[in-house]
Design a protein. Sequence first.
Length: 229
Amino acid sequence: MSADQPTVLVVEDEASQREVLRYNLEAEGFRVAAAGNGEEALVMLDEEEPDVIVLDWMLPNLSGIEVCRQIKTRPETRGVPVIMLSARSEEIDRIRGLETGADDYVVKPYSLRELMARVKAQLRRSRPAAAGLRLEYDDIILDAETHRVTRDGQELKLGPTEFRLLSTFMEKPGRVWSREQLLDRVWGRDIYVDTRTVDVHIGRLRKALGVYGGGDPLRTVRGAGYALG
Ligand code: CA
């Protein structure tokens, strides 16, 4: 499995439903983080950095609506798409009316196929490279489906790690990534790699991007990490 596998956070208090979602999302190639209540979900948000959140409305204590509100209030999670699940369509109407900021709504019992399609639709927004789309930044074009990268029309040769690094940067231009965040995203969470390895591969990526000239689009942010642009 690739390290840049997109992560879906499932928030559902009913264990059987949570496992059905986990099973089906994993079968679609997602990494799944699962929380049984809202408090746990809010903690996992920071640890897991999900790309899409599937959030049940009916949760003990903190309701799905309140969790959604908090997700959409925090600057660092505001952009993460939230799909709310609800048992009744009247509830969906209320969610809409409450302006919780949810990005999509699905009524239970839902068709798994439909829910998977909606998760993928949200992913195309939050993780375009992981969804196999084409990304552009300045004169650089990255085609996530064919794994080709061109700069000013000329094809660049990138190793697999440099390709994943570049797609991570191109999905969120301007975002400063720490070395640890890049390790998690590009190498995977379960692999121990020294953070200096990141610097080595950033060096290779810079060299590959500059092989036909053009400025260095990568920025070293002292004490913080790296950013594109
Ligand atoms: Ca529930």
